[in-house]
Design a protein around this ligand. Structure first.
Ligand SMILES: [Zn+2]
Length: 289
């Protein structure tokens, strides 16, 4: 009996050591990087490849764009142990104040501090800058510099990873579609505008509040007239968009609907951005003749 009790006590002690202390030690020693959403996560896993640091995405990949996102308690919990928080900036993370209030000393790596090419209209700056490949490279460089600033022991590895990744992004040029003449197209999603702009296309924006809601009758007839006047034959929507508006316009004008990917969700894979862009270029080649 004594032996059984003794064995039990040893087992319990062992369990406590393994579950409690073990985990804590690992958390304290590692450099913890949290990203705000999917496009930033893909940058981080490329730059941290093969380096002993933790990279976590705050929001689920399925969340998509953060413009309409409400911060959740579980998100704040993820940021609690972060040493560095990587964001797109330009208002995409509309909840950033809540994060900085909660974690005053957290280092925010704001990729929009780079000298970015910005698409603006009279009301606002389009924040979906990662869809322009030159912007994306500048965002990678900012993250690299901030990683080095905060985790200098891995400087050489960050430099090498950034160099490798930027080389791959530059290779996208080989497959990129660029329209040889000025062509008008309809975009039903603001996040696609940088892709269409980089392809030398003139965009007629059909943006409702980010997605879902349908257009008013007046707006719709104006757009239909413009599509007819300018001989537009391509309407672009994002893979996660509701098709209603695009279908209404297509039905009245005979223009075709094409689905692009604004890179807001997808595989948790290092090459995800590259594969997404290559697919987009293939669709643009098919759409613009
Ligand atoms: Zn957005």
């Amino acid at each position: 009996m004594k032996k059984i009790i003794f064995t039990s006590i040893v087992m319990i002690l062992l369990l406590l050591i393994l579950t409690g202390c073990g985990n804590k030690k690992e958390e304290n020693n590692s450099f913890n990087i949290v990203t705000s959403f999917y496009p930033m996560y893909i940058i981080a896993i490329n730059l941290c490849d093969g380096i002993d640091v933790n990279v976590e995405n705050m929001t689920d990949t399925a969340v998509g764009c953060l413009h309409d996102y409400t911060l959740q308690t579980k998100d704040l919990r993820k940021v609690e142990n972060a040493d560095m928080f990587i964001i797109n900036g330009l208002g995409v993370e509309n909840f950033i104040d809540k994060i900085t209030e909660n974690r005053e000393n957290l280092y925010i790596s704001d990729t929009s501090k780079a000298d970015l090419y910005l698409i603006k209209d009279e009301n606002e700056t389009n924040g979906h800058v990662w869809n322009n490949t030159e912007n994306y490279i500048k965002q990678i460089e900012i993250v690299k510099e901030d990683l080095i600033k905060n985790n200098s022991e891995n400087t050489d590895k960050y430099e090498q990873n950034a160099k490798n990744y930027i080389t791959k992004i530059k290779e996208l040029e080989n497959n990129r579609f660029i329209s040889q003449e000025t062509k008008y197209v309809v975009s039903c999603n603001e996040a696609l505008e940088y892709i269409l702009d980089e392809a030398n296309l003139e965009v007629i924006p059909v943006y409702t509040e980010h997605e879902e809601s349908t257009l008013s009758g007046n707006m719709l007839s104006d757009i239909i007239n413009e599509v007819k006047d300018k001989n537009i034959n391509a309407i672009f929507i994002d893979k996660n968009d509701n098709r209603t508006n695009a279908e209404l316009i297509a039905k009245e004008t005979g223009a075709q609907i094409y689905v692009l990917d604004s890179g807001l969700s997808g595989d948790l894979d290092k090459n995800a951005y590259i594969e997404t862009m290559n697919k987009n270029y293939d669709i643009l080649k098919e759409a613009i003749k």
